[in-house]
Design a protein around this ligand. Structure first.
Ligand code: B1M
Length: 209
């Protein structure tokens, strides 16, 4: 896994793709490749960006490399789950002002693999759009991702917009993303918080049981 991490950090997307495919062929579980290979690489890239050692282009290259690797991993993640009954309907997206996509998409993919009908509404999604989609799909669960301290507040706006639309009690809300905490979830009146994809599945199942 260290080689995959290194290839991401060194911004070698072709090598990341090659090593990801090789690990899959060798029988490594896709979630192990993600959690022990790819995510640690993204964390190092983020730290280097923060300290000024890396700039935006390196973050973009690393994100593209992980997205490319996810194209091999997503079908494998889905294939590992055989669920006949629907666990519920989920609308998931990244909040307004935030274009971080990878974590949100991963959570969406894994929810689908665990039997949820997932409507991924994308990134930079307004509160009004979330409300519209919840109504349209009659969602049981709404997932709000935010990766920036400046966009966390948009999660609260969505909760308020649902209240104003009179449908807050018809849908459970789960929030997540690097700066988000359990305390924040409670502060804004969300129903659940998850730190990572495994937690997101657990909390989503609990909220829709
Ligand atoms: Co941005 N960025 N970025 N970035 N970026 C971070 C988040 C940052 C922490 C880097 C850093 O400085 N250390 C920092 C935020 C600081 C802060 O506010 N606290 C940051 C910054 C500052 C910025 C810009 C402002 C930079 C600039 O322009 N000056 C800018 C903002 C753009 C915007 O959104 N308006 C920006 C841009 C970008 C790129 C576009 C270059 C790119 C994203 C490309 C894309 O997504 N297609 C990018 C990237 C790649 C990162 C880092 C390096 C990696 C994010 C990632 O994909 N991780 C990130 C540093 C870091 O997180 N270590 C950073 C892998 C992914 C699997 O993990 O998304 O955390 P993650 O998702 C996890 C959990 O958080 C959780 O589960 C997932 C899986 O385990 N989770 C949920 C996520 N959503 C969930 C929802 C749930 C439950 C769990 O329920 C619904």
């Amino acid at each position: 896994m260290a080689e995959i991490t290194r290839s991401l950090v060194e911004c070698e997307p072709d090598l990341t793709a090659e090593l990801t495919q090789k690990a899959l062929t060798d029988g490594t579980e896709p979630l192990v490749i993600i959690n022990r290979g790819l995510v640690p690489g993204m964390d190092i890239v983020g730290q280097r960006f923060q300290t000024g050692e890396y700039f935006l282009p390196q973050m973009v290259i690393a994100a593209n490399a992980m997205t490319q690797a996810m194209e091999f991993l997503e079908p494998e993640l889905r294939a590992r789950q055989e669920v006949s009954e629907s666990a519920g309907t989920v609308v998931i997206g990244t909040v307004k002002g935030d274009i971080h996509e990878i974590g949100k998409s991963l959570v969406g993919t894994m929810l689908a693999a665990h039997g949820f009908r997932v409507h991924d509404v994308g990134i930079d999604v307004s509160a009004a759009m979330f409300v519209e989609k919840v109504k349209e799909t009659r969602a049981d669960l709404l997932g709000l991702s935010a990766l920036l301290t400046t966009t966390m507040t948009a999660q609260r706006e969505v909760v308020r917009a649902l209240e104003e639309a009179g449908i807050r009690d018809q849908v459970k809300i789960i929030v997540g993303g690097a700066p988000v905490t359990q305390e924040w979830a409670e502060t804004i009146g969300a129903d659940g918080y998850a730190e990572d994809v495994v937690g997101a599945i657990e909390v989503s199942k609990r909220l829709t049981a």
